[in-house]
Design a protein around this ligand. Sequence first.
Ligand SMILES: [Zn+2]
Length: 152
Amino acid sequence: MVARIAAIVVALTLSGCTTCTQYISRPTITTPTGEKQCARHRIPLVTIPGFTTRQRLRDLKQRQIVLYHTYYMQLVVETCNPNSTRPWYSLTRKTPFTVASSVTYCPKCQQAVDANLASPNPFRMPSRWEQIRSGVYIPESSRTCSNHLTRR
Ligand SMILES: [Zn+2]
């Protein structure tokens, strides 16, 4: 069994198969015409009127960097779909997203993230195969992580 898994990993590596972790440093591509596209789906990003929080405006004004932590299957899905909306934006007006703002995202990335969040357990531990296929590995020591916003 271990030999079979190792053979699959080697085959994927040798075939030039890339994983989702490549999108961490390069979530978008710019075409020769200057159009910004999703690096995964190769479709143009969409910018539409949406909403953000008052805190987000303060963060931008103060040049604060906000790190967003997610975990388990949601981490895998967000890594593989790097241009979904960030947690401080919403496409609909609702508390606390009350400030009008433009939102840029990839519709296919957003669809995948929304589908995972609508699943019965969006923060389940991904299977070994899901980790290998995505290149997003969940260390055993991360089981105590929580989903929250961290300010620097
Ligand atoms: Zn996308």
